[in-house]
Design a protein around this ligand. Sequence first.
Ligand code: AMP
Length: 253
Amino acid sequence: MRIIRTIARWRGLQKAHARKGLTLGFVPTMGALHAGHVSLVKKSAAENDRTLASIFVNPTQFDDPRDLENYPRALERDAKLLAASGADYLLAPEYGELYPDGYRYRVQETVDSKLLCGAHRPDHFDGVLTVVLKLLHIAGARRAYFGEKDYQQYLLIKGLAEAFFLDTEIIPCPTVREADGLAMSSRNMLLTPEQRAAAPQFHTALSAGKNTAAIRRLLARKGFSVDYVAEKYGRRFGAVRAGKVRLIDNVKI
Ligand code: AMP
């Protein structure tokens, strides 16, 4: 697997692949990879001739500077995992490569991005949609893969691709969970052993609870600080904090 640091370098490779008629799948990530990310890479590798993954911890989508600072980073380990999972290229650009404008230009969705996580993390989805638009343009892929763990994000990115007539098909991938039901997340490694032991109750409550008010009460009793539990798009969504670590999840109703 080749590691690429600059957009110019990737563009040259992408054009060469296009000339040969090779299909390209793209998996954007923020690194600290786990089996959820691996499932996206494997799906891309199965459906395309070549797979590009990216790792970029995008500062513009963090509303809390401490969260950005504490976000786990493990590039060397990630590169090995990506190569073993079938990725052909890893794009790992610096901030200045992706934001030559210093984030003066940004994409905003005005309705669905204000709900659920958007109501609790102001401007979060502006940062997500802006970086994803940049990355999708740069990648030039036939297909791009996103996890249903971040279902609101998936819906907004699908809408972005439609609104701006992007040539990339946006493909949803099922949430990968630990054996105890906890949705895999790079932030899980920041949980203390006690918080990790309690964390699966979040998914259990979301799946089994009768209604959102009862689930909120149950989660509060279990010691979580509840951002929201809400039903939308035929799914039940939740976001809680276990100490300083924010967990999100959603299940089909
Ligand atoms: P992140 O590195 O958290 O930005 O995630 C990169 C991509 O992996 C996004 O499309 C996520 O939705 C997806 N992803 C993260 N965790 C999981 C998971 N547990 N199962 C499936 N996809 C996931």
